[in-house]
Design a protein around this ligand. Structure first.
Ligand code: MN
Ligand code: MN
Length: 478
């Protein structure tokens, strides 16, 4: 080696060292997870898949959570009771939203740690007067819930979940299409041979809202007999429903019936690294925050974990986070201790736990490579969401991001930053803005996802486990 070559070599080493010291290293983030954690992630996700299969509506998530919480020693919240350090409680909001809490060692005046996620997912709701017969087929009229690409929901086997409140007030729970021997239901689509006109529609209208009609039967009442009576297929369906549930047609008016994909959560890929399932937005965060909460022993600060409804339709309604149920719950805890609510809130911290759009190489043009989250790169930390110049967002302060970032690093959480697509290509929001409106430091942290809001959403096992680790670290933070 000549003197000049040697000098060049030294320079190159220096450049390399300096780059390592100064540049943000995004490369190989996905490979940096220790094998021990990968094994734990696989195990953790087996239970997660079972949870998904049992929890396809907000009511079912609440039921599941209550079972877990009771098993872990949580009891139902009683207004006016003086809770002390280590007490574990849960508060139910109309069977569709839930708050779980563990009273910490420090007083409420020091603030609480809030983990918030949502448990409603896009789906197909029945209208209040749904049942009709047309061309000797029985169908349900529907109204989709949340932001869906309507064409994705045709020709998919659907199960029916929900409740019917009968005229006498009795409540009938419905869950049909989930067992092996249950029938399923389906929204039909046009065969390609006759779709020339349909293809000319704008793609948002490829299948229109009023075309999302659910096929539920085709057999007339007493099919062997000759009769000129009309609506016999409809009659037969009503007769089946009367025998099974004791309901009459007018009972649909006081029902919440939701059609959701009938298939089960499953591994995706030869390497089984991914999970495909319905409703992972945002049940992946509901499950991981719930598990992080029950894993807490006695936290320093009081932990408040909320599973909210209605996020997919803007968080409105009394079970959504734009209502005051969370605030009222914290107020009730504070009142007995004579701590002003505003003091609790001012000193509180929140992680708004929701999914984000992972980089998809097939649709790379809508995502900005440097700032998009990637599958397998860990929990996603989003300073802001929103659209068109950060409109409608909670934009976490640099100080709070700095705090969360150190917390994750100290607890060996693989994490990445992310945002929802390129600037001005669309956007979206979460519950973060409703909690930050209470004067609580709030940031979005979640799991990257492909095919969001489709019947079959994709997440990575590594990221799910890292979200769990991130939420555990947050719940236990001082
Ligand atoms: Mn969500
Ligand atoms: Mn969503």
């Amino acid at each position: 080696m000549s003197g000049k070559e040697n000098k060049n070599n030294i320079e190159n080493v220096k450049i390399k060292e300096l780059k390592e010291k100064l540049f943000l290293n995004r490369e190989n983030l996905g490979h940096s997870m220790p094998t021990g954690d990968i094994r734990k992630a696989v195990k953790f996700c087996e239970k997660y898949k079972k949870f998904l299969d049992l929890s396809k509506t907000e009511r079912e998530v609440v039921d599941y959570a209550v079972t877990i919480l009771r098993r872990e020693g949580f009891t139902e919240f009683r207004e006016g009771k003086r809770y002390t350090t280590g007490d574990k409680l849960f508060y139910l909001n109309r069977g569709k939203a839930l708050v779980a809490a563990i009273i910490g060692k420090e007083g409420l005046d020091k603030g609480v740690n809030i983990l918030a996620s949502h448990i409603d997912s896009p789906r197909i709701d029945l209208k209040q007067n749904p049942l009709y017969e047309d061309a000797e087929l029985a169908l349900f009229k529907t109204h989709y819930y949340g932001g869906i690409k309507k064409y994705q929901w045709t020709t998919v086997p659907l199960a029916l979940h929900g409740v019917i409140v009968k005229a006498d007030g009795t409540i009938v729970k419905v869950n049909i299409g989930e067992s092996e021997d249950d029938p399923v239901f389906v929204i039909t689509d046009l065969l390609p041979h006759l779709a020339q006109q349909q293809y000319k529609r704008p793609s948002a209208d490829l299948v229109k809202g009023e075309e999302l009609n659910l096929l539920i039967g085709s057999m007339p009442f007493r099919s062997g007999e000759r009769t000129k009576e009309s609506d016999l297929v409809k009659l037969n369906i009503m007769n089946v429903l009367f025998e099974k549930y004791g309901i009459v047609e007018s009972d649909f008016r006081s029902a919440e019936l939701e059609a959701v994909p009938a298939f089960k959560a499953t591994d995706v890929g030869f390497d089984r690294s991914l999970i495909g399932a319905y409703g992972q937005d945002d049940r992946v965060c509901a499950y991981t925050t719930l598990m992080a909460t029950v894993a807490c022993r006695i936290p320093t600060r009081t932990v408040v974990t909320v599973l909210a409804d209605k996020e997919e339709v803007g968080s409105d309604g009394n079970t959504g986070l734009n209502s005051q149920f969370l605030e009222h719950f914290i107020e009730a805890l504070a009142e007995v201790k004579s701590v002003p609510l505003r003091t609790v809130l001012l000193n509180s911290r929140c992680i708004s736990a929701d999914v984000s759009a992972a980089f998809d190489p097939t649709f790379a043009n809508v995502l900005e490579k440097m700032n998009a989250p990637y599958l397998n790169h860990g929990a996603v930390l989003m300073k802001y969401t929103g659209s068109r110049g950060k409109s409608g967002t909670n934009d976490a302060s640099a100080e709070y991001v700095g705090y969360i970032r150190s917390l994750f690093d100290e607890n060996n959480v693989s994490w990445q930053t992310g945002m929802l697509g390129k600037v001005d290509t669309g956007g979206g929001g979460t519950v973060a803005k409703f909690i930050s409106a209470l004067n609580v430091d709030t940031i979005d942290v979640g799991v990257p996802m492909l095919s969001m809001h489709s019947p079959f959403e994709i997440t990575a096992k590594k990221d799910i486990y890292m979200a769990y680790k991130a939420f555990t670290a947050f719940a236990n933070s001082k």
